[in-house]
Write a protein that binds this ligand. Structure first.
Ligand code: GDD
Ligand code: MG
Length: 352
């Protein structure tokens, strides 16, 4: 069985972080995002081949995952000549597939039991099975109505507020039969959400909903990107380096150097080569990437700082995200919601 991970979007909502790092490989703690999806796919031994469907900065992604051997999977790449939309990308990546395919949106993190979804798909002899999850506000997602018997009745992508009739949305995980792909035009943009799914409903084909109430998040905005880190630190999604659900203590790589007199309040994470000088404060929900340096008197709270960044003496960084190689000078104030791209420089005493 083949799994297709849709990882070709530009990640515009995560700019400037995604200017040099495509969304599928933004780091979550010390691992590129898609690694977490590969962990999920690996639960199903029947999946023998993973196709990464790419078009934005594909080489960066290919370089990280190679042939997949390091992840215990066989990985191939389907690089579209130009963006084909979610449906076109699936058809392109599913070429020559005759067997059932599993599809993931490349930006969702979930603890779904994938084997159970495939089982339901088979039991119901479905043409398509879609995972649904409840959310507070479906407006940013694909709204999906299902009957009490678990059949999809309506699929409406990005509904207007007055069109919201339920709280279940498309979680971006599908099991599909390739025999239905001939309705997807080859070589032109086509949306699985706006065209293919509504077509299944219109034609009365067996289109099944699998309702999932466990952990699920789309990491595609700065708020959600920060949220996923908090959730993992709080034990809401169990994974390294926070597999131990007891909340609280700071976690740091053996290679990190925390000087005596520095204050570390968990949960937080310090990667290899981090240096925290005496008199610096690292507050809860902070992540410091490889080789970050925090000077004396600086305070970092509730912030995700990518590798090789420097935080100067007496600076205060609260609720922010900073890309690689940033320089935050002495006494700089970075306020909640700030998102700094790679190599940002904030001169001493700057307020952001
Ligand atoms: N290969 C390829 N080509 N991939 C693409 C393309 C394309 O042209 N366009 C988007 N993708 C990938 C993105 O990289 C992402 O992983 C996935 O398809 C979904 O695109 P997003 O841009 O993240 O869509 P969204 O978050 O607004 O909405 C989608 O996800 C929601 C769940 O998070 C929809 O599927 C919604 O229905 C769904 O609720
Ligand atoms: Mg998304």
């Amino acid at each position: 069985m083949r799994a297709i991970l849709l990882a070709g979007g530009k990640g515009t909502r995560l700019r400037p972080l995604t200017l040099h790092t495509p969304k599928p490989i933004v780091p979550i703690f010390n691992r590129p995002f898609l690694t977490y999806q590969l962990d999920c796919v690996r639960q199903v031994p029947e999946i023998t081949e993973v196709v990464l469907s790419l078009n934005y900065q594909p080489r960066r992604i290919e370089h990280i995952f190679g042939d997949g051997a390091a992840h215990g999977l066989h990985i191939r790449y389907a690089v579209e000549p130009s963006p084909l939309g979610t449906g076109g990308a699936i058809r392109f990546a599913a070429q020559h597939a005759t067997d059932t395919v599993v599809v993931f949106n490349g930006d969702v993190l979930t603890a779904i039991d994938l084997a159970a979804v495939i089982r339901l798909h088979r039991e119901r002899r479905a043409k398509a099975t879609i995972v649904l999850t409840p959310v507070e506000n479906p407006a940013a997602y694909g709204l999906v109505e299902a009957s009490a018997d678990g059949d999809v009745r309506r699929f409406l992508e990005k509904p207007d507020p007055n069109e919201i009739t339920c709280n279940t949305i498309n979680a971006g995980i599908y099991v599909l039969e390739p025999e239905t792909f001939d309705r997807i035009p080859a070589d032109e943009p086509y949306s699985i959400e706006r065209a293919y799914f509504p077509s299944l409903v219109e034609r009365g084909e067996t289109f099944v909903a699998y309702i999932y109430k466990g952990y699920w998040i789309d990491i595609g905005t700065p708020e959600k990107y920060q949220q996923v880190h908090r959730d993992i630190m709080d034990g809401r999604f169990l994974t390294a380096p926070f597999e131990n659900p007891s909340k609280g203590p700071p976690v740091w790589n053996a290679d990190a150097k925390v000087e005596q007199g520095a204050e570390l309040e968990g949960p937080c994470f310090l990667d290899a080569g981090v240096v925290v000088k005496a008199g610096a404060h690292i507050r809860p929900y902070t992540v410091l990437g490889r080789q970050c340096h925090v000077e004396r008197g600086a305070e970092v709270a509730d912030s995700i700082i990518w590798s090789n960044s420097w935080i100067g003496a007496d600076a205060a960084v609260h609720g922010a995200i900073a890309g690689r190689n940033c320089h935050i000078g002495r006494n700089v104030r970075v306020r909640p919601g700030a998102v700094l791209g790679d190599k940002s420089v904030a001169t001493d005493f700057t307020q952001l």
